[in-house]
Write a protein that binds this ligand. Structure first.
Ligand SMILES: OC[C@H]1O[C@](O)(CO)[C@@H](O)[C@@H]1O
Length: 591
């Protein structure tokens, strides 16, 4: 807004006015202005490390309260700013608030969410980000129409609203069971788990949390650990994903949409209106990913989104180049402006259902437990660092590279799309604790993962039956691998599964109780199975399995298969039946 520029950045204001007919690419180029925008991210980067310590020692909700309060002070300082210093200090405080929120909220969500909707809830975080950006654009559009010195103050001051919601909201939120255990409040943790899951029997999950907490306590130096060779694939991915997310150039649009559109010759109002449009596209398209991410998978969205972004960026580069040329002189006709805006919207949409949410989701789900929090901090800080760099560099890059800037980003999106194609394994529907299996099966990363990292830890490696049954491609892969292996249990299993298939329709759990014949055939075969054979295990049954005997993992590629050495304890027979049935059903589907 002109009044804002006049008050704090008069030189930029003058330049903008005088550049009306001159070089459009450089009219907003000011280091002070970009420092104002991007300083927030530097503060967020540093704060995220402090937040990690707070979150661990005092719990997730305390971090949210701290973050919300600091953000609130920042918003007040900004709204009341009398000089650039106040403005920048306010902005730094907003950054600290964001660092805290980015660290604690995703952890909170991940720990509270039932596994089944963890993906969708995780994307809820990015969803909230896009709603926030969009709301801000709308507010700016409204306040941009105001006369006098108020508009920008209201814009900046209204950041207090989300700050208050977050602070007050967090006070009323319960703490996560994980965090309670971490702080020694085991009893409360169990009660909380029962409350949020809505059932009394939470033994298996509670045990998981205890195991997880113990495992992470044993790791004294997660930062040193993460450097080990066996974590190299995770480390590379967690550095590149946030780096690439920012190198899509999305924040050029998000931070500077009004400036960009003004540069492209849109009037003040049209520029703000266009920002509103891109903001709304961002929200709606993020919603698309909520509903598709577990169906089509991460890779599909990454690759599709990447290709769409490349096309759009090249189109925008060509349009801007043809109108403004290298000298940066010219103006958009209405028609050309609309075409450019359409491509920018298509670009934002592609980002919003791919790199936007997946940039947070994928890094949060690829790590084994013992280094998950360290990995998450790297993710946040790399993201913030490159947000800072892009925020800081964009206006001078536009001035230097002109329309070539759009090709520059297109080049990066091409590189990151190839990166995903070759180096990112699909993590859709894979339980977090099974993730090493995915790495082990990867053509390139597989060699980094030691055999014993896949499934040796009973507590961190097991398989969920619904994952296997839902994922047809996994089943196909499984059957291909198992066929002709000559493991006699495998052969036999196929024929048992034929028995089982009658009337069962592949429904898990029904066979044992509903079909007497199935039960009989299971009984007959059980002893073979329990001698020294292979089984698939389900998360809920692993404690029972541990109880009945030792087991060891045989194949790690596409499914976890365990060898069970059974001790004769008849009380757990029924559980064993369930395990058998599950295994047979899977093989049945595979066959
Ligand atoms: O939706 C756009 C927003 O999404 C992010 O890439 C990740 O949360 C932000 O950096 C950006 O401003």
């Amino acid at each position: 807004m002109d009044q804002f520029l006049q008050k704090f950045f008069p030189a930029v204001y003058e330049k903008e006015k005088n550049a009306a007919a001159g070089n459009q690419y450089c009219k907003f180029n000011s280091h002070l202005l970009t420092l104002f925008t991007s300083s927030l991210y530097l503060a967020a980067l540093i704060a995220s490390f402090f937040a990690a310590a707070t979150t661990r020692a005092f719990g997730r909700k305390i971090s949210m309260v701290v973050g919300g309060t600091i953000f609130l002070i920042g918003a007040i300082l900004n709204g009341a700013a009398q000089n650039v210093l106040m403005l920048i200090i306010g902005r730094l405080l907003l950054g600290v608030g964001i660092g805290y929120a980015n660290q604690s909220v995703p952890v909170y969500l991940a720990e509270m969410a039932p596994a089944k909707i963890r993906g969708a809830l995780n994307i809820g975080f990015q969803m909230a980000t896009t709603i926030g950006i969009s709301a801000a654009n709308l507010v700016n559009y409204g306040t941009g129409q105001m006369k006098g010195d108020y508009g920008w103050r209201i814009s900046l001051g209204l950041a207090a609203v989300p700050a208050i919601i977050m602070t007050v909201g967090a006070i009323f939120l319960p703490d996560t069971p994980n965090s309670l255990i971490e702080r020694g409040q085991t009893h409360q943790a169990r009660e909380m788990l029962q409350k949020i899951r809505g059932v009394d029997d939470v033994n298996a999950e509670f045990q998981d949390l205890i195991d997880a907490s113990e495992a992470s306590r044993q790791i004294e130096h997660p930062w040193r650990n993460i450097m080990e060779l066996k974590y190299r694939p995770h480390l590379v991915i967690v550095c590149f994903i946030p780096f690439f997310q920012q190198l899509t150039g999305i924040n050029v649009i998000m931070f500077y949409a009004p400036v960009l559109f003004k540069t492209l010759g849109f009037g003040d109002n049209a520029a703000l209106m266009s920002a509103v449009i891109t903001g709304l596209v961002n929200v709606v398209a993020t919603l698309v990913s909520v509903f598709t991410v577990d169906k089509f998978g991460r890779r599909f969205l990454f690759l599709q989104g990447g290709i769409q972004m490349i096309i759009c960026q090249i189109a925008v580069g060509c349009i801007v180049g043809s109108v403004f040329g290298v000298k940066g002189e010219g103006t958009f006709s209405k028609g050309m402006g609309d075409i450019a805006l359409t491509f920018i919207c298509l670009y934002v949409a592609a980002f919003a259902w791919s790199w936007g949410p997946l940039g947070w989701l994928v890094p949060s789900e690829i790590f084994p437990l013992e280094i998950r929090s360290a990995g998450q901090s790297i993710n946040v800080s790399v993201n913030m660092f490159f947000t800072f760099i892009i925020g800081q560099a964009f206006l001078s890059m536009l001035c230097q590279m002109k329309f070539g800037l759009f090709f520059f980003f297109a080049g990066f999106v091409l590189i990151m799309t190839l990166f995903v194609y070759f180096l990112l394994p699909e993590t859709k529907n894979v339980p977090i604790e099974e993730m090493n299996r995915v790495w082990k099966a990867h053509w390139f990363w597989g060699k980094y993962i030691p055999d014993d990292a896949v499934g040796v830890h009973a507590s961190t490696s097991y398989i969920k039956s619904d994952f296997l049954l839902n994922s047809k491609s996994d089943i196909r892969r499984f059957s291909k691998e198992e066929k002709g292996k000559g493991v006699d249990s495998g052969k036999e299993a196929t024929s048992w599964s034929n028995d089982l298939s009658e009337g069962n329709g592949g429904e898990l759990g029904e066979g044992v109780t509903s079909g007497a014949t199935h039960k009989k055939s299971l009984k007959q075969k059980r002893k073979v199975i329990l001698g020294s054979n292979v089984l698939l295990i389900d998360r809920n049954l692993r404690h029972n399995l541990t109880a009945i005997g030792s087991f060891k993992f045989l194949h790690q590629k596409s499914v976890s298969v365990v060898e069970v050495q059974r001790q004769e304890t008849s009380s757990t027979d029924i559980e064993v039946d369930k395990v058998l049935l599950q295994w047979l059903v899977v093989l049945n589907v595979a066959a």
